[in-house]
Design a protein around this ligand. Structure first.
Ligand code: FES
Ligand SMILES: [Fe+2]
Length: 334
């Protein structure tokens, strides 16, 4: 398995994990998540070793997970602590392989690596700034690469989100600069000015610069700054392959604190983002199904010069290595 699959990946929102087990899946591994008595997040394979019942259908008792079938209980380290009707206890040997699990930035993270990970989970930008934030989650039938590129590509917005983000008939000349990051790639756009779409009209005045970036293994982020270089809007989406060609999305929408109460911004923005997300989901799923109609392994996508980040994202995900290239400048009609 490619080493990027052994890094930290988000598997749930922290707020989802209360006093019940939560089922999740990371790559091909179904997981059960629960909280220990100390409140720590824990992850085990979602399969009781006795007769393979899903532990996620059971209960959390005293910080341990209880199987719904015959009631065997397991602690966070995978040891069986109770076998109802028997004096037998499993002893010190774990019956389940517990998975590395931690919490950060409002998410529960799991790694499938058996070695200690030296790199921390990939963090959103401006994490120390006080912002109004909320989450949207979704599932899409598509690859990580296709979803990351879609999210960071401005040139589909005139068509897939016509009127919502941009209009094909109201393009403006912009300049873009692309450079590698230690763990990804970033594009910086300037001279965008006022946007034609509804979202921008509602939430931005004059736009200064904006950025689109991808960071390994799975974070795609867009950031809009105003004319004074202050953050207006930051959307961070972690894209997590969760088996059967599905992708689980955890999107964190952050806006600058201002006069508009967070609850109202959340109400309006979540409605707008759900429309955008649905439009993207429909297109990405069409692409996925269409690729299956042409199952030629040698078929590769044809890149245009306006595909600023897609080829780099593809390379990062294929090689798992930092990119090395000189900063590049472009200008386009966006
Ligand atoms: S299947 Fe889990 S206790 Fe029997
Ligand atoms: Fe889109």
């Amino acid at each position: 398995m490619n080493s990027i699959f052994h890094q930290w990946w988000p598997v749930a929102l922290s707020a989802q994990l209360r006093n019940k087990p939560v089922a999740s899946q990371l790559h091909d591994t179904p997981l059960v998540l629960f909280r220990t008595r100390e409140g720590r997040a824990a992850a085990l394979p979602d399969r009781c070793p006795h007769r393979f019942a899903p532990l996620s259908a059971g209960k959390v008792c005293d910080g341990q997970i209880e199987c719904p079938y015959h009631g065997w209980r397991f602690s966070a380290d995978g040891r069986c602590t109770r076998i109802p009707g028997s004096d037998q206890a499993s002893g010190s040997k774990p019956l389940l392989d517990s998975l590395a699990c931690c919490e950060a930035y409002g998410l529960v993270w799991v790694s499938l690596s058996t070695e200690t990970l030296l790199t921390p989970p990939v963090a959103p930008a401006h994490q120390h700034q006080i912002l109004d934030t909320f989450w949207i989650t979704d599932r899409v039938q598509c690859s990580l690469q296709d979803a990351a590129e879609n999210f960071l590509d401005g040139f589909h917005t005139h068509f897939v989100h016509s009127g919502w983000i941009r209009h094909d008939k109201q393009r403006q000349k912009i300049s873009a600069q692309v450079h590698p990051l230690a763990d990804g790639v970033e594009a910086v756009y300037s001279e965008e000015g006022k946007q034609s779409g509804i979202i921008s009209r509602l939430f931005e005045r004059e736009r200064g610069v904006s950025m689109g970036r991808f960071r390994m293994p799975c974070l795609a982020e867009i950031e809009y700054r105003d004319g004074n270089d202050a953050l207006n809007l930051l959307v961070s989406v972690w894209l997590v392959p969760c088996g059967n060609g599905q992708l689980q999305l955890f999107a964190r929408i952050a806006t600058k604190r201002g006069w508009l109460p967070a609850i109202i911004k959340r109400y309006i923005l979540s409605k707008l983002f759900r429309v955008i997300l649905r439009q993207d989901r429909l297109m990405l799923e069409k692409v996925t199904h269409n690729k299956l109609r042409f199952p030629d392994p040698l078929l590769t996508p044809l890149d245009g010069e306006q595909d600023l980040l897609g080829p780099s994202i593809r390379k990062l995900l294929e090689d798992g290595q930092p990119l090395i290239f000189e900063e590049r400048q472009f200008s386009f009609w966006l």
